[in-house]
Write a protein that binds this ligand. Structure first.
Ligand code: ATP
Length: 216
């Protein structure tokens, strides 16, 4: 379960969020909408431990990761996976190296098995040795998802991962990723501008309005 309590964020004198609260059950897929500049990415950066805030608490599966706007647990120890819109993959690493990046502590044979399992799940069996530039945008985003899922995170944060894809493939990928997340039962938050995408992807949709979260 994820709890975000009393999150308030200001940059210089401008307040972006005021007492933002969010509660998700394990396995929930949540989409966060809001106008440009409303603070969607800022919420993800606080939850992931990258940016601090004026106030705010994060509790994931009973563990307090942040309190009073500061972080008790650094980003790399939070068991939170992330997928972004751009620069999702390391261009100089092949697909296998990209996916196994976060599981370097496993033995080579365990890494290999995990990469094969994930490639099968994302429908890209056999591309281990390809480089990102040899894949389409949608394929790259599926590999980015596999990389984020490899260490079995407790929470997955997706910041507009579908928005740079062409419309024809976008819906198919949105539904495919939803399916994968449902199978793995990972609690997820998608930040998006696209109301339709939010509706088909998520179990619950929320909007940032007047610096707070409104659940539809
Ligand atoms: N490090 C920072 N320093 C100063 N201002 C910032 C910083 N990060 C974000 N902001 C400002 O805070 C506001 C919220 O930014 P944020 O990126 O969270 O919004 P968003 O809802 O994700 O926007 P978009 O949909 O356009 O990506 C914006 O006005 C942005 O310019």
């Amino acid at each position: 379960m994820l709890l975000v309590n009393h999150l308030s964020i200001s940059y210089q004198a401008t307040q972006i969020l005021n007492d933002f609260d969010l509660s998700l059950a394990t396995g929930d897929i949540f989409a966060l909408l809001g106008d440009s500049g409303s603070g969607k990415s800022s919420v993800l950066r606080f939850i992931s431990g990258l940016d601090e805030a004026q106030s705010g608490q994060v509790i994931l599966n009973g563990k307090q990761l942040s309190n009073n706007g500061t972080h008790n647990v650094p980003p790399e120890l939070r068991e939170i996976g992330m997928v972004f819109q751009d620069y999702a993959l390391f261009p100089h690493m092949n697909v296998k190296k990209n996916i196994s990046f976060g599981i370097y502590n496993l033995s080579n044979s365990k890494q290999k098995t995990k990469v094969e399992e994930l490639l099968l799940m994302i429908g890209l069996k056999g591309v281990e040795r390809k480089y990102p530039h040899q894949l389409s945008g949608g394929e790259q985003q599926r590999v980015a998802l596999a990389r984020a899922l490899a260490p079995s995170p407790k929470l997955l944060l997706l910041d507009e991962p579908f928005s740079s894809l062409d419309k024809n493939h976008q819906e198919q990928l949105v539904l495919q990723v939803r399916d994968i997340l449902k199978k793995t039962n990972i609690t997820s938050i998608l930040v998006t501008h696209d109301k339709y995408e939010a509706t088909i992807f998520a179990d619950k949709v929320g909007v940032i309005k007047n610096k707070k979260l409104t659940i539809n």
